[in-house]
Design a protein around this ligand. Sequence first.
Ligand code: 5GP
Ligand code: MN
Length: 313
Amino acid sequence: MLNKILKDAVTVAIGGHIRPDGDCVGSCMGLYQYIKDNYKDKRADVYLEEIPDAYRCLKGTEEIRHEIPKDTEYDLFICLDCGDKDRLGFSVPLFERAKQTYCIDHHISNEGFAGDSYIVPDASSTSELIYDLMDEECISLDTATALYLGIVHDTGVFQYSCAAPSTFRAAAKLLEKGVDAPKLIQDTYYEKTYAQNQILGRTLLESILFMDKACIASYITKKTMDFYGVDVKDLDGIVSQLRTTKGVEVAIFMYELETNVYKVSLRSKERVDVSRIAKYFGGGGHKKAAGLTMRGTYYDVLNNLSEQIELQL
Ligand code: 5GP
Ligand code: MN
């Protein structure tokens, strides 16, 4: 229960992973709003990198802090949806300075780096976990909207195998709070800018099939991103689209962080545990969705990944 987690804290920092996604933003904003609504004697602040524009519809996102204050020490740092400490990014020093730390997460690769943690690898999303820890009666429409968004994004709109009966029950309870689900899903999940669709199209066009068509891969260089006027926040959903390809077991999408350094996203359908592959190369994630950073040319990276994928096929 959140009461217990928050018991000894007056000041609370909430942080999530770098390049925040829907579940990260949803769980952080949901918890932030919940504390504001129900614990008038406590003070909470959210620390996240710049969030995708579409998520700005959530209450309180304009209050998100992108830099840490010097010498400030929080009673409690709660990290959400973050599988390892480094993935907190700029807020790591704040985490280290906090009197207590608590991690709520659903990454199978999470080894429990915080003082205390609540990690459920089978959970659909951190947002569902946060919902479980909340007192039903104390959830406002704004909190419900944030958590609903998080669940929607990490389940691919209730489509992935991580969406369990408990996920639908949580979603139903959140809907009862008045969440405008069709609008939220359309505006934050399906709607793409023209440039986002262009970069998606380009990536699909240039994708290659290999390993007897069991794998599909594609990548984007910095130069291409500049050409279309997009940044990394515009690339969400590309790897999922690659995975929809009939017959494919693993989808690989990479974008260039700097020369010969790639951020890699992995998705699988049935047989391959991509979290193991990601972890092998220093990343992490879930069985069917994981990520990592790798050095080398596109083809070096692809070769190294292929060796590991082959071991599981
Ligand atoms: P994505 O491919 O969408 O960036 O990430 C897929 C999943 O893997 C997410 O749950 C994300 O948090 C996790 N993930 C992505 N990149 C990394 C990484 O470099 N390290 C770790 N530990 N997890 C990652
Ligand atoms: Mn998540």
